[in-house]
Design a protein around this ligand. Sequence first.
Ligand SMILES: [Zn+2]
Length: 324
Amino acid sequence: MKDLSRAYCNFFSGRTAYPVFHRRYGANDAFRYPQGFKIDETGKQIYLPGIGFVKYRRSRYIEGKAKNITVIRKADGWYVSIQTEYEKEVPVHQGDEVGMDMGVVWFCTLTDGTQISPCNALKKHLKKLVQLQRALSRKEKFSSNWRKAQREVAKLHQRIGNIRQDFINKVALDLSKKHAVIYREDLRIKNMTASAAGTVEEPGHNVAQKSGLNRAILDQAWGKFFQRLEWKCEQRGGQVIKVSPQYTSRICPICGYESKENRKSQASFECVACGYRGNADVVGARNIKVRGQRMSACGEFGEVGRAQVNRRMETVHGAGQQQE
Ligand SMILES: [Zn+2]
């Protein structure tokens, strides 16, 4: 009932499509026990109401009080996920502030020049995946060979997902340890990766290019990365601040001149007005940081343009002179 309720809530708030029934060979088979389960002292058995004692392998110790348990079927077996509750003191973070620019060539670029290369789990396994999917399509549906082939496809998907998850966790942990405040672009991934083909009335431009970009963005799982990063930073007393990404890639960090011309190529930035040259991704990260700091200094959220800030400074200045 909880899952059904959430499915409808997600649908009515426009986040997801209309709920569908569970499929017999669906990928995510899961159920939850809000109470009544028991975990054996030795950590080798778990008691699930209605099923009884089940052998299990403990991957980590349980910290705090176990609140509920979810049993999930994945391609290679059954997993249990135990939710716990405990008090934890949040420390004060001693790290610095940093701006972060997301990209496809580099997963992310920081203001200090650090660049992290993407893991591209799907890209690496795409050939194998296509091969397995082709084998599956040749089998007679619902036959036992078809089922076997389907398991192989599911296993590869799980492997790709695991590699991606591992990469995300490592990067998020590393960043959350080093930096107290991380400014990131407020990207709408859903809009960014919307079908490039467009509609019949309004066909899209550069369809092949964009669908390649979409796949790259989805493969890198930015959405999951941001979630993880926020959570990790919160635990360490850090903070992630979202900043409007408008024109961050084409504003000069030295003189503030904004033009499409500044961006000569994908990788390099050259200001038309003052001649400043630099790495385009680092420039993006610097602009994000500056905008984020200005936003938090003004106590204002949303888009703050350079002109607006200048005007406000003038009025404050003017008022001071009148008092004198
Ligand atoms: Zn310039």
